[in-house]
Structures are given as structure tokens and as C-alpha cells.
Write a protein that binds this ligand. Structure first.
Ligand code: UTP
Length: 299
């Protein structure tokens, strides 16, 4: 099953981050810190832990700090070396060795589907993963990660498998929502279910289920053929969910429930604060002090 091996991940980071203005006027939202590392670090760490080797950033103007973060930082490394801060130096140096990074510019933010399609020259006919650059997924208690689960399912099945999470009925209108056929397949790393439709941000009354797409996907290169001929959808953008709906119509799309993993929409103010508080509480250096501080707040 060698041809099913997933080595590449596309990380779209070309969005304008309007939900986080004015912070994102000159700083990419993916560079905002969660405790002491930028959002994008957590996303790449998840991909690399799952066995992804090549990262393809889909970037836009003002996004160069993302590339710099994964590059050598001569002055900083020199200073840490002179000050004998070996541990920190190792930490900083290891970031650039995490993965091979390629950047492709999406010249206009024409939607997530368009961003994914822009990766075609770097991906070719290979299968690939997509991780949204502003979504953080924390591993489950047993150490399994969202991308690890999806990659394993994809490699066993050889068909596109995307992650879903169950959301409250009142929140379906914030997400892409899938409709399921009821067909279930048990794989080594868990079960997958066949999809027969995808709707972008439906009203509660018409939502086909409560299973939402939180930004972790694996695709065969078939998705490029679909995106190439697809017209603009909601908001006049080329939507990835429309391309997934076409895959589902062709009987080629599965979902895996990512229950157990924890996700934060860190591109949203509240999601960002929740991630900082919860990951801060788990941080070995500041966790205990933060817990004590939070207790002093009379909420
Ligand atoms: P979002 O809708 O969350 O990103 O897209 P956004 O447009 O930056 O944010 P808001 O809504 O204005 O605050 C999900 C992901 O897709 C990328 C974004 O960078 C984000 O990681 N994206 C979106 C692109 O790369 N290109 C696009 O044209 C649209």
C-alpha cells in the first residue's frame, strides 16, 4: 500500500484574519502566541508527530514571519551561544529542523478551496493532508493526535478521510457540517463513516447532523480535479466544503470522529483565550501559578 503513504501537508495561512483585528493588521494570526509558542508551531508539531515530512504553506502578503520562524536566526543563536544558554539554543535550533518547508503564494484570498488548489504544483498527484493554520488540536489522553488518526485511516483505506467533532446543535451554523450514510468501516486506528453530503454553516433547522469539520483533512489528488472546475460558492469564495460535497457525491469521502482530542479555534478571540488559559494551566513552568491566580478572581 506504498502509494497511499501521506508525506505532505498543506497548511493554508493566507487568510486575512478579520475576526482578530486590529491585532492581525500587521501580524499574521498564526504567529500569535499560545503561552510561549506561536499557533503555527502547534499545528506543525502535530503534523510532524504524525509522520508528515513536507509542509506546504499557502501564504499571502505580510505572512513572511511564518517562514522566518522556521528558518535560521543567526543573531539570536549567536547571542544564546555566547551567553551559554545551551538548552534554549537547542530549542530554537530544533524548530528549523522540524520539516521541509515550501511556500506558495495565494495571490488573492479567494477562499479555502482556492488556497488548497494553489498547492497543486508542490503536491502533484500525491495524496496530502490539510491542517488549518489557526486551529490547534491537543492530543487525546492516550497520546493519539487528530492528524495521526486521519493519516493512519487514509493509509489503510486509500480514500479521502476528514476529521469531525460533535458540536452542540446550537453551534452548527459556525461550521461545515457533514451528512452520513450510516455505512461504517472498522480500521486499525478506529472506525470511519461514509459521507453523502457537506453543507457550509447551515441553519440549525436544516443541519443534516451535529458532526462538524474542525480543520483536519486527508485527500487524494482527486480533490484538485474537482477544485479546478469549481465555481465560487458562499461569500463568493471557492469553498473546500463544496469540493468535499462533490467527493461525497462520488462516494469517495469518509469521516473519522476525533473525539478525545481537544481543539481550539485560535483564530477567534475567545478560542485563542481558552487555548492560552488551558494550555497555560498545563505548562510545567507557569501552570501552578496561573491556577492560583485564576482562583483569586472572583468570577
Ligand atoms: P478562516 O476563514 O478562518 O480565515 O479560514 P481568515 O479568512 O483568515 O479569518 P477571518 O474569518 O477573516 O477572521 C480558515 C483557514 O484558511 C486560510 C486561513 O488563513 C485560515 O487558516 N485561508 C482562508 C486561506 O489560506 N486563503 C483564503 O482565501 C481563505
Amino acid at each position: 500500500m506504498k502509494h497511499h503513504t501521506l508525506k505532505k501537508a498543506v497548511i493554508p495561512v493566507a487568510g486575512l484574519g478579520t475576526r482578530f483585528l486590529p491585532a492581525t493588521k500587521s501580524i499574521p494570526k498564526e504567529m500569535l502566541p499560545i503561552v510561549d509558542a506561536p499557533i503555527i508551531f502547534y499545528v506543525i508539531e502535530e503534523a510532524v508527530k504524525a509522520g508528515i515530512e513536507d509542509i506546504i504553506f499557502i501564504t499571502g502578503r505580510h505572512k513572511y514571519p511564518l517562514e522566518d520562524f522556521f528558518d535560521t536566526s543567526y543573531e539570536l543563536e549567536d547571542k544564546l551561544l555566547k551567553e551559554n544558554k545551551t538548552e534554549l539554543l537547542q530549542k530554537i535550533r530544533s524548530i528549523k529542523d522540524m520539516a521541509n518547508i515550501v511556500s506558495i503564494r495565494q495571490k488573492e484570498a479567494k477562499g479555502l478551496g482556492h488556497a488548497v488548489y494553489s498547492a497543486k504544483p508542490a503536491v502533484g498527484n500525491e495524496p496530502f493532508a490539510v491542517l488549518l493554520g489557526d486551529e490547534i488540536s491537543v492530543p487525546a489522553a492516550d497520546g493519539t493526535t487528530a492528524m495521526g488518526k486521519l493519516k493512519s485511516a487514509f493509509e489503510e483505506l486509500g480514500e479521502s478521510v476528514v476529521g469531525v467533532i460533535a458540536v452542540p446543535k446550537t453551534e452548527v451554523s459556525k461550521y461545515g457540517i457533514v451528512s452520513l450514510t450510516g455505512e461504517l468501516k472498522k480500521l486499525r486506528g478506529g472506525a470511519v463513516q461514509k459521507v453523502n453530503g457537506v453543507v457550509e454553516k447551515p441553519e440549525t433547522s436544516v443541519a443534516p447532523s451535529c458532526f462538524a469539520l474542525p480543520g483536519r483533512y486527508t485527500f487524494t489528488s482527486e480533490i484538485f480535479n474537482i477544485l479546478e472546475n469549481q465555481s465560487a460558492g458562499v461569500k463568493g469564495e471557492i469553498q473546500l466544503s463544496d469540493a468535499m460535497a462533490t467527493l461525497a457525491n462520488r462516494d469517495l469521502l469518509w469521516v473519522m470522529d476525533l473525539a478525545g482530542t481537544r481543539r481550539y479555534d485560535a483564530g477567534d478571540k475567545l478560542g485563542f483565550l481558552k487555548a492560552n488559559i488551558e494550555l497555560g494551566l498545563e505548562h510545567p513552568e507557569i501552570g501552578e501559578e496561573l491556577r492560583l491566580y485564576l482562583k483569586t478572581l472572583r468570577l
